[in-house]
Design a binder for this molecule. Sequence first.
Ligand code: RIB
Ligand code: CA
Length: 310
Amino acid sequence: MIKRPIIIDTDPGVDDTIAIMLAKANPVLDIKAITPVMGNVGYGDTSQNAIRLADYLDIDCRVAKGAFQPLFIESKTAGDIHGEGGLAGYTLSKSERQFDDYAWDVIKQEAEKAGGELEIVTLGPLTNIAITLLRYPEIKPLIKRIVCMAGAGYMGNMNAYAEFNVWVDPDACDVVFNSRIPVVMCGLDGNDFCGLTIDELKEYMGKETKISPLLDHIFSFFIKRRIAGGPEDDIQVINDAITMAYLIDEKIGKTEKYRVDVETKGTLCPGWTIVDRFGKSGKEPNVDVLVWSDKAMFKDMLFKMLDYFK
Ligand code: RIB
Ligand code: CA
């Protein structure tokens, strides 16, 4: 099997956790590093969650130090959306590992070692990636592609049109989308097709696998939130896991290439990823936008993940 070198940039995060489980369950992915970034919760928690998840999932990789604040604007988090500590209150054992170099240095080193085959999947704000590209522009040709859980075509979860990861650091997203590196944007709308009902979430619980204590805790947290959301909000879209599923096997989704610019200065919808579907900007398309995803395939990948951890 030809293994694919990847780096997971993440702000764990309950859905980040499911995504990292999915990555581990697909040995075709050679996880070279996990690079934590602030986001869902503060950097102190995201970095600890990342290094402890690497232990919990027995991932032999580098865990870097990452950015604890956005490039230019004030730090913001997702509040209690991911529960206490970012993992719905679940406490993972303390890790004995040491954090490695800074994310931007680790990404550069791994990109050089992979000789152009390195893929990066981002599950949080794009600050680490932007710093890498600003500090080491020469490595851009060495990055095969960046698959981002970021943005949306026509909806938002932080304002009418901004998605959280972009809203936290719109300037960083702007740097990445204008890097000329192949970028896939798995946004809220493209991911939405893989939303799971409460009954579907329950199909994955109580399976007594190595990951079941944590997965069941997170899925129970999802179910509580969906019940609280009422009938108009009873579908759980595990955004980061769908993004990871796309990285693993792009047959799960359909993308279309558009010009995407990021609102970095606006006051009404800062962090809006403006998908120019009709070419009105006259600018060269720069992002492959996920416009559809296959729920049946996603569900099957989650079941296969449970089988891996039996
Ligand atoms: O908007 C959803 C994204 O923001 C996910 O990556 C979630 O983990 C949060 O980081
Ligand atoms: Ca995330």
